[in-house]
Ligand binder design. Sequence first.
Ligand SMILES: NC(=O)c1ccc[n+]([C@@H]2O[C@H](COP(=O)([O-])OP(=O)(O)OC[C@H]3O[C@@H](n4cnc5c(N)ncnc54)[C@H](O)[C@@H]3O)[C@@H](O)[C@H]2O)c1
Ligand SMILES: [Zn+2]
Ligand SMILES: [Zn+2]
Length: 346
Amino acid sequence: MKMDAIIKPSAQAGLELVQKDIPILSDGEALVKIHHSAICGTDVHIYNWDEWSQKTIKPGMTIGHEFVGEIVEIKGAFNNAFKVGDIVSAEGHVTCGVCRNCRAGRRHLCPNTKGIGVNRDGIFAQYASVPTSNLWLCDKSIPKKMYAIFDPLGNAAHTALKYNMVGEDVLITGAGPIGIMAAAICRHVGAKNVVLTDISDYRLELAKKVCPSVVAVNTLNKRLKDIQKEIGMLEGFDIGLEMSGSNIAFNEMLDNMIMGGKIAMLGLQGPNTKIDWNKVIFGMLTIKGIYGREVFETWHKMTAMLKSGLDISAIITGEYDYHDFEKGFEAMNSGKSGKIILNWVK
Ligand SMILES: NC(=O)c1ccc[n+]([C@@H]2O[C@H](COP(=O)([O-])OP(=O)(O)OC[C@H]3O[C@@H](n4cnc5c(N)ncnc54)[C@H](O)[C@@H]3O)[C@@H](O)[C@H]2O)c1
Ligand SMILES: [Zn+2]
Ligand SMILES: [Zn+2]
């Protein structure tokens, strides 16, 4: 039986919609009929065939990892937790189950992690096989399409919930989809001031739509020291969330932290990033790297926050039928988008 799938056809820029066999399940896998998927920055890197993708992606594979869909077949029982007909999303990091961290219940720290749509066939297809241990059962009270963006919302939640936010002044650098969703989470869980920086006015306007109470700052025009004064801050930010991947933004953050402040780093800094380490030492700063989501604690918290009033729906700025995937990638590549959804069912 054949299905439509979006693949990387050859070692060059671009993707192609092709017909492929519907996956045959191994033990411990479920076949999911994809309803909606979302385009991740990772998919854009693969589309553009940058240096990282050239080293990582095998041509011929189906890409994509952010989805919601319906189980149509399961092979092997998994605590009887899932059944045919269930609406599910899934954690995109597949872990080994046997390393020290996996066996200690710290799956998010598995050094042998394989990515769906990166190291194994992905979900930009009418059907996809997904390890049952990675599935997440969707709560019916949350709009189904929101589950297509649980992966990046999970990056935002994992980073934003790393430190206690209540009453704290928070600086987020980078108003990409993840930075914007993180700002909304910080407000939701009780941060005092949330300042979000970018160098794109489009992104800062989008941030204000998703989270009206955020202080959105274009650092090309304004200095963070002046913003601190304007909003009545005296000693610097208690918490920093680096979500731009920019060396400049990271250094601006270091210059604006309170003594003893805490930073969580999600943005991927380039290999030549330079900082003045003495700012970390004399400022007694804590810097913590963040990768992926905490499986499945982050998924639990995302569900709970969405059920208790967190609204990030405006981060979805475009939807396309999967046949029009090129338009979706064009929107993502333009830098003038939030999250883009590809619909696999009407
Ligand atoms: N660690 C992980 O597990 C993980 C997972 C997902 C994404 N990421 C990384 O997190 C970051 C955010 O992801 P995203 O999808 O929102 O990315 P994105 O590229 O859409 O957003 C990054 C934003 O940073 C802005 N920016 C660039 N220079 C800046 C500067 N000097 N100051 C302030 N903002 C600046 C850009 O204009 C853009 O809006 C990216 O670096 C991505 O690679 C890491
Ligand atoms: Zn993703
Ligand atoms: Zn492991």
